[in-house]
Write a protein that binds this ligand. Sequence first.
Ligand code: PEP
Length: 251
Amino acid sequence: MPQRPYIVGNWKMNGTRAQLPEARAIDRGAARHPGVRVGIAPPFTLISAMVEAVQELTVGGQDCHTQTAGAFTGDVSAAMVKDAGAGFVIVGHSERRAMHAESDAAVRAKAEAALDAGLEVIICVGESEAQRDAGDAEMVVGAQLEASLPRGDGLVPRLTVAYEPVWAIGTGRVAAPSEVAAMHAVLRAKLIAIYGDEGANVRILYGGSVNASNAAELLATPEVGGALVGGASLTAESFLAIVAAAGPAAD
Ligand code: PEP
């Protein structure tokens, strides 16, 4: 049976309690689209309050540490993210890879920590503009995925991959559906090579300047199982338009 499309908002370092009414509005809107799974990853500080405020949405974290506890000032473990009420965590976002020098090995360790803590995990991969211009995008992203994925049995149901070309994040430059289709085919082949037939069931999201105008075309692209959305996830108006592009309203 095909899976419900999954639309995930990444609020990045945006949001205080003042934005909870926006989350409630997104939650009410999401409830009108039962064929779409909708999640939001707010800053850590807002996870528990958002969990209390919403009913339909899955709430997630934007990162977690590789270790369960210890002397890691300023860091947050996967168990803490789970304890705050989150159901998933994003790891390997390109902003973390670039600004915090996170390697593929670190991303894999974070994914393993998240799964061990009982969370679902969204693993992000994506090439830079220079890598795409050099014709290396598929090789680079395929290698990133291979090195970032946790290994083991029974992980697939809690695993999502997000393809986010770095040059498309926050720039308004969305990847062409043909580029997305080609990359998602590479990622799918890699997932099947690693997890066997089960690899066909891992959702692959596209992320990078998704908005109300381009969502329908991107979501109709082969192997696109949903979207990871940054800027357009911050208001109910713009985010729910993307949710609506993923599946019709029930009423
Ligand atoms: C993101 O940061 O994951 C993202 C996709 O951002 P935006 O939608 O703003 O490009």
